[in-house]
Design a protein around this ligand. Sequence first.
Ligand SMILES: C[S@@+](CC[C@H](N)C(=O)[O-])C[C@H]1O[C@@H](n2cnc3c(N)ncnc32)[C@H](O)[C@@H]1O
Length: 281
Amino acid sequence: MLGYRHGFHAGNFADVFKHVVLVCLLQSLRGKDKPFRVLDTHAGAGRYDLTSAAARKNREFEDGIGRLWGQTELSPELEAYRERVRALNPDGQLRWYPGSPRIVRDLLRPTDKLVLTELHPSEFPQLAAEFKGDRQVTVRHADGYALLESFLPPPERRGLVLLDPAYERKDEFDRLLAAVGLIHRRWASGGVAIWYPILDRAPVSRFQRDLQASAIPAILCAELERYPADGPPGLRGCGMMLINPPWLLEQTLKRLLPELLRGLRIGDRGQVRLEWLTPAP
Ligand SMILES: C[S@@+](CC[C@H](N)C(=O)[O-])C[C@H]1O[C@@H](n2cnc3c(N)ncnc32)[C@H](O)[C@@H]1O
């Protein structure tokens, strides 16, 4: 069932939200000397050409990175995110958009490591080519959930698992829940970031209740809805579950989410949400 191709959506509002949070998480990991490792289980192609037929089909990037590209006076975290995109577009023309693997790789220090898995037969070769010969990056053509079984725990105590599936399967939230349990058992000191879409609220609410029932501590939920449920059909918002977030992240997101909403909303009735599903110990 691998129908999803991220190239149609690269750089859209959901990518901006996810990648801003990702940059904040990486900045925090870089704040301490000890090496860290990032596992990106649903990696995608690594970078995307916004002039491709796929990206031009619905031009979703225009309502995402396109809105932030020329903005002045961004807060430092949004600026740091945009800098990752600028690094791929040195002539100032927005053409290439970095996927999560490229963003993470560019923020690694020489002692840090990145492990990537991608299952799609067309995305994987692009991903492999992007990191060919890079000794800090391991790239596998494999199921990201299965990868966790074999790669956890890593030698480093510090790090992050990014779970960013395409939600094509009805049981995706169940698979995520199992993955969260495994990570907690094998690498409780690691952080977890799970991206999810907000379309129909019911499966998201069920997932949130299941996470609360799991008794895993320190789960922060951050959401951005660019328009309300009575607006047009489609992806109105998205969120991230952040397990073991860095202690300053809540404060940072309190400031950033409204700024992101102002930049990305459609109409004036969007909203953001930031709350602990389970408290930090
Ligand atoms: C939303 S995209 C990832 C985008 C990427 N994380 C980024 O931010 O740039 C989801 C990707 O997961 C891949 N995928 C779907 N099921 C998978 C699985 N079980 N294991 C690994 N990759 C999978 C899809 O082919 C797709 O490329």
